[in-house]
Design a protein around this ligand. Structure first.
Ligand SMILES: *[C@@H]1O[C@H](CO)[C@@H](O)[C@H](O)[C@H]1NC(C)=O
Length: 272
């Protein structure tokens, strides 16, 4: 690791690999898997990964290119394969050649790019029922559990954990209450993260609303089913966060349908 990466480590929370998981309120038996584990925010893990991967001393052959992929181009010698990606950069358009490509844009763009590059047309000559002849739109499987979550992030006042009866045993997940699949569709999390921040999160499936304020979170928490209720310390702890409520950052996410494109069944680019 570079000195650069080491400099980042104190800001990433590292703790016991115990997620303090409660299955609808019931604590799981303590785990023996307690190797130090990085518990960091999305910003923290992204910064760490970039610094690890883009370390030119360790990996001189990795290049980072800034631009927006606008499409795929079939390999000129073997049109059944993708040969390059088209990129729109600040200085104009260019292409990047390769033999293996991954699309990490989130909601896959490849299903739009592939037909534009000539892949995925139904092969009219292929026998009916032969999987390789299915058109692209019939190869996409998707499922929408209507997942959404709200995360509220607060700076953790240094003495707050001591003033409230929170079990502070060095774990980074203070409480996680997973949903009972037949009782409700919500989960609740209280997480300590890098730079001494605390994150409250309620996630749900099946649509519906998620809380936007600390008071809404507190009103909502009892509706997240827990067989024997939530721990006694939860509400005093949440209430104490009113002290730093003015510094709260709210992040709401509505996740799109999970799509799965079986692109390996795709018809090859028609020749000629
Ligand atoms: C760059 O690529 C985009 C997307 O394919 C296209 O719309 C645009 O016309 C291209 N620009 C130039 C200068 O070729």
């Amino acid at each position: 690791m570079s000195a650069y990466t080491y400099a980042l480590l104190p800001f990433l929370s590292v703790g016991l690999a115990d997620y303090a998981t409660h299955m609808w309120g019931n604590a799981q038996a303590p785990t023996k898997e307690n190797d130090p584990t990085v518990f960091t925010s999305r910003q923290g893990i992204e910064t760490l990964l970039r610094r690890l991967v883009l370390d030119k001393t360790s990996f001189p052959n990795i290049d980072y290119v800034v631009g927006t992929v606008t499409g795929l181009i079939a390999n000129s010698e073997d049109p059944t394969r993708i040969g390059s990606v088209a990129v729109k950069g600040a200085q104009g358009n260019f292409t990047v050649d390769g033999t293996f490509f991954t699309d990490c844009t989130g909601s896959a763009q490849a299903l739009k790019w592939l037909p534009a590059a000539g892949f995925g047309g139904a092969d009219k000559e292929a026998k009916k029922g032969k999987i390789a002849s299915l058109p692209l739109e019939e190869l996409k499987i998707s499922f929408d559990p209507k997942t959404r979550y709200a995360t509220m992030e607060f700076p953790l006042p240094p003495d707050l954990l001591k003033r409230t009866p929170v079990p502070d045993d060095g774990r980074m997940t203070i409480y996680s209450c997973l949903s009972h699949p037949t009782k409700n569709s919500e989960s609740l999390y209280v997480l300590k993260r890098d730079g001494n921040i605390v994150q409250l999160c309620i996630g749900r499936w099946g649509g519906g609303e998620t809380p936007s304020t600390l008071d809404e979170f507190m009103q909502h928490a009892p509706e997240v089913y827990a067989e024997n209720g939530h721990p006694d310390w939860l509400y005093p702890f949440l209430d104490a966060l009113h002290e730093v409520e003015d510094q709260m950052k709210l992040h709401k996410a509505i996740l799109p349908a999970r799509g799965f494109g079986i692109t390996w069944r795709l018809t090859c680019r028609p020749t000629g």
